[in-house]
Each structure stands twice: as structure tokens, then as C-alpha cells.
Design a protein around this ligand. Structure first.
Ligand code: NDP
Ligand code: AKG
Ligand code: MG
Length: 470
């Protein structure tokens, strides 16, 4: 096996999209951002793994022409601009790219370049699979039960950046408007508040939930859970839940069943001849305490469900449909730990998804092995990136785990339909872990492991690509 680079083709090809399908030449140009902090070490290691996998998988018939684009500290030092327009234009032109982490200061300074890229290219899905690899150290009892895929809405919520600093004329104007024109009396300290605004739209929710359901159907997943804090934020997070259910019923009627529908159908299945009222009591435990108007709504729901769905979903047929359910965000953070197997695909808003993806990563070995992709399924634009940040205390020490960027590359190869390269990397990374050749983060949790540097872990993966080991 050789990992020497092939001669660069005279001109790499451009990935395009036709009728919703990516057209990928054998020598695609793929732009990359190296990233700040540990991004430098990680990228150097990861790109060797990518090139080796393509070489071994396709014997030279395919090759990536990497094109560096600047962002973050490197861009600022070289151009005076944190996110040069040329970088955004290159990602726009070449459709698919990959990036390392970029630093965002807390409190002041520039707004997130990571978020800016997602917004500028309208990469509305942040796709973060959370899957355990055999041998990876985990703090939970049954990490094998963790196999979730987060669809995090990536273009709105409080990440839209509509925020006003305490004491500014803007925040004073906004507070006065809320108080005088909107009758808001509940801002506890109006003169010393900063204010953030959280837009959550029907369109934004629908395209995210649509992508999550399509994914669940294509991948043979069992359920899509809409995670929200709709009991408190009724018209943003609560609306997300309602729009999500409505979309599932409207666009995926034949393929999905909501949790409440599944209860209604199974109540009828288990108690033949069950009355509408008893069915309503079973799905709504407080039914008898409700006002009559609300009770009538529950009875209508039962009757509507049975008349619409009994033929297509009844007699247990609903068990073969994708279950669409919802869960409130705080209890979800407990239940993903205590009942991991109840969660499969998760669709949620931007902030919930950010919290959930780091929390879930802990169960499958930590943030060093948590990949992601920012994707627009309509235009084909995608930028793959790790879930973690720049971990500045480890920068330039050749120390951290490159696994998240490497697995983000696996996601990228799957997006390009280069399954052989993706499988090869995944298999070889698992083999290196099985050999207990790991970076510091896994080493501190594993008995008898050999501690490797970032670059050495990449070497270990590449060694495991040798055909006789595959
Ligand atoms: N998409 C992006 O580009 C993102 C950028 N950021 C930015 O990164 C900066 C730093 O953020 P911070 O909150 O410290 O979070 P980080 O994810 O950068 O680091 C937090 C901790 O996670 C662990 N960790 C991170 N990366 C790795 C890795 N590759 N291998 C092993 N362990 C790792 C380390 O844990 P330990 O100390 O236990 O060893 C580290 O101290 C901020 O400016 C933030 O805005 C954050 C998230 C995403
Ligand atoms: O943009 C940032 O600095 C942080 C983003 C982040 O935490 C994430 O996307 O998971
Ligand atoms: Mg995050």
C-alpha cells in the first residue's frame, strides 16, 4: 500500500447537483478550512487519512484535489478579514467542503464564523450522528444502546444573532417598545437587561423536520423525536412541535404514525369494541377532570384517528411506520442517558441541538469522536465539521483526537456516495481502537492502552487500511 500522493490531475472537477442528485467527478475539488487552535494538528492528520482511504479504496481512479480556503485567525492574519468573501464564494461554487473548528470569543468581539458560514450558505440541517464504536470507553453502562442521529435546526433560533447589549440606545428602544406598545410588564430589571430575540419559523421547522423524517425513512430508523421546550416557549418551541407533527401528518401520512395515534390504534386493538370515551380516557389520563369542551376535542381526536387511519395503520400495521413523538428538552437530557434505546432520530432547534450533541457525545467516548455535517438538502451545499471546538489549551501539541474530523470526513464521503472510502476509514478507525492505540482522551479512560499523538493515531488508522487487514 502506498500513501504517496498521485500526480495532481491537470484540473480537478467541480461537484454539481442535477435533479437533486450530486454529480461527483473522480477528481473533485473540495475546499477545506484548517481551523484555529487544535484544528491545525487535526487537519494535518485527517487529510492523510482521507487521501490514503481514497487511494486504497479506488486504486488511484479517484482522488480529491484539496483547496484551502481561509477563515478565522489564519484568515485575519493573512488578509485582515475573519471570513473573506472568497471563502464563502468557494464553498458556494464547489458545493461540498470540510472545516476545522473556529474560535468565537465570549461576550464581545466577532460573532461566530461557524454560525455565519451555516447562515450564508443556508445549511439548515446540522446533522450529528451519535454512535458507539466497539471498545471506546464510555461512562454509561450500555453504550451499545446509543445510536441516535441529531437533526439540529441550523439557521434560526437565538443563533440568528438578534441581540442587544445592556445599556445601549437599541436595547432602551426595544424595552420601551415592549413596555409601552406591547404591554409587557414582566421584564424584571428593564434598565439593566440585555435582550435576545428567538425567531423560530414554520418554514425553518418544516424543512428541518422533513429532512429528519426523510432520513429516518431512507435509513430504516424507527422514530423521530421532536425535542422542544414548548411548555415554556409556547410560540417558538411549542410551535416547532405542532408544525412538526402537522408536517408529518400532511406529507408523510402513509409512512408515519404519531405517538398518540399509536396509542389510539393499539387501544382499539387490545380491547375490541373499546368506546370512544374509554379510548379518550386511556390517552388522556386527566380526561374526567377536563372541561367538556376539551373532552370533546379528545373524543374528536380519537374518532378522527380511527376513521382516517384504521384501514391503513390499524391491526398493528402502525408498528411498521416511523413513529413521530415529542419530548420536552430537560427530561430528554436525562432520558437519553437512562433510556438511550428509546431515542433514534432527534429533530430539534438550534440551541437544544447544540447542548444535546455535546451531552450525547459523552456517552460514546466524548467530543473527540463526535462528527457532524451542515447540509442544505435542496441545493446540495454541505460543510462537514467536528462537533468540538478549538480546544486552545492543546493547540499545536499534536495531542488531541482527530476522530471527530476524520468521522466528519466519513460523513462527507457518504454524502458524495464514496461508500468504499467511508467504510474503509470507519473500519480502520475501529481497528485502531480495538488495538488500544488511542489519543490521550481515550487513553485516560482505558486500561492497558498505548497513548498516541494526533499524527500517530492517523498513522494507526492508515496502517489498518492495508488490504490484508481490511
Ligand atoms: N464548530 C466549531 O468550530 C466550534 C467552535 N467552538 C469554539 O471553540 C472554542 C473553544 O470552545 P470550548 O468550549 O473550550 O470547547 P472545545 O470543544 O474546544 O473543548 C472543550 C474540551 O473538550 C475536549 N476536546 C475538544 N476537542 C477535543 C479533541 N479533538 N480530542 C479530545 N478532546 C477534545 C477537551 O477536554 P479535556 O479538557 O477534558 O481534555 C477540551 O478541553 C470557543 O471559541 C468556541 O466558540 C466550539 C464548538 C464548536
Ligand atoms: O460557533 C461556535 O463557536 C460554537 C458553535 C457550536 O458550539 C456548535 O456548533 O456546536
Ligand atoms: Mg456546540
Amino acid at each position: 500500500m502506498t500513501t504517496e500522493p498521485h500526480p495532481t490531475p491537470p484540473e480537478g472537477g467541480r461537484i454539481s447537483i442535477q435533479n437533486g442528485l450530486l454529480q461527483v467527478p473522480d477528481h473533485p475539488i473540495i475546499p477545506f478550512i484548517e481551523g484555529d487552535g487544535t484544528g491545525r494538528d487535526i487537519w494535518r492528520a485527517s487529510v492523510r487519512v482521507f487521501d490514503a482511504a481514497v487511494e486504497v479504496a479506488y486504486g488511484g481512479a479517484r482522488r480529491i484535489e484539496w483547496r484551502e480556503v481561509l477563515a478565522g485567525e489564519k484568515a485575519f492574519n493573512e488578509t485582515g478579514d475573519w471570513l473573506p468573501e472568497a471563502t464563502v464564494a468557494t464553498f458556494r461554487d464547489y458545493l461540498v467542503g470540510i472545516k476545522g473548528p473556529l474560535t468565537t470569543p465570549v461576550g464581545g468581539g466577532i460573532r461566530s464564523l461557524n454560525v455565519a458560514l451555516r447562515q450564508l450558505l443556508d445549511l439548515y440541517v446540522c446533522l450529528r450522528p451519535v454512535k458507539w464504536y466497539q471498545g471506546v470507553p464510555s461512562p454509561v453502562y450500555r453504550p451499545d444502546q446509543v445510536d441516535m442521529v441529531i437533526f439540529r435546526e441550523n439557521s434560526e433560533d437565538i443563533y440568528a444573532g438578534v441581540e442587544y447589549r445592556e445599556g445601549t440606545p437599541e436595547v432602551k428602544k426595544l424595552v420601551a417598545f415592549l413596555r409601552d406598545e406591547m404591554g409587557v410588564k414582566k421584564i424584571r430589571f428593564p434598565d439593566s437587561s440585555g435582550i435576545g430575540i428567538k425567531p423560530v419559523s414554520r418554514e425553518g421547522t418544516e424543512r428541518l423536520v422533513r429532512a429528519a423524517i426523510r432520513y429516518a425513512l431512507a435509513q430504516g430508523r424507527r422514530s423521530v423525536t421532536l425535542v422542544h421546550k414548548g411548555n415554556i416557549m409556547k410560540f417558538t418551541e411549542g410551535a416547532f412541535r405542532d408544525w412538526g407533527y402537522a408536517l408529518a401528518a400532511r406529507e408523510f401520512r402513509a409512512e408515519t404514525v404519531s405517538e398518540r395515534e399509536s396509542w389510539i390504534l393499539s387501544n382499539r386493538e387490545s380491547g375490541s369494541g373499546i368506546s370512544t370515551v374509554d379510548n379518550a380516557r386511556a390517552i388522556e389520563p386527566g380526561y374526567d377532570l377536563m372541561v367538556e369542551e376539551r373532552r370533546a376535542e379528545v373524543r374528536d381526536e380519537v374518532e378522527g384517528c380511527l376513521s382516517e387511519l384504521w384501514d391503513s395503520h390499524g391491526n398493528g400495521q402502525w408498528k411498521n411506520r416511523v413513529l413521530v413523538r415529542d419530548a420536552i428538552a430537560d427530561i430528554t437530557l436525562q432520558q437519553v442517558l437512562t433510556r438511550a434505546s428509546s431515542f433514534d432520530v432527534i429533530a430539534t432547534m438550534n440551541l437544544n441541538g447544540d447542548y444535546l450533541s455535546d451531552a450525547l457525545a459523552a456517552q460514546i467516548g466524548g467530543i473527540g469522536i463526535a462528527p457532524g455535517g451542515n447540509i442544505n438538502y435542496d441545493t446540495g451545499h454541505a460543510i462537514f465539521e467536528a462537533t468540538h471546538g478549538t480546544a486552545p489549551k492543546y493547540a499545536d501539541q499534536d495531542k488531541v483526537n482527530p476522530g471527530s474530523v476524520i468521522l466528519s470526513g466519513v460523513m462527507m464521503f457518504r454524502h458524495l456516495n464514496w461508500e468504499e472510502a467511508a467504510d474503509l476509514i470507519e473500519r480502520s478507525l475501529e481497528a485502531a481502537i480495538a488495538q488500544k492505540r488511542v489519543t490521550y482522551d481515550f487513553h485516560r479512560l482505558m486500561d492497558g492502552a498505548t497513548k498516541l499523538k494526533t499524527s500517530e493515531f492517523a498513522d494507526a488508522i492508515i496502517e489498518n487500511m492495508a488490504p490484508n487487514r481490511a
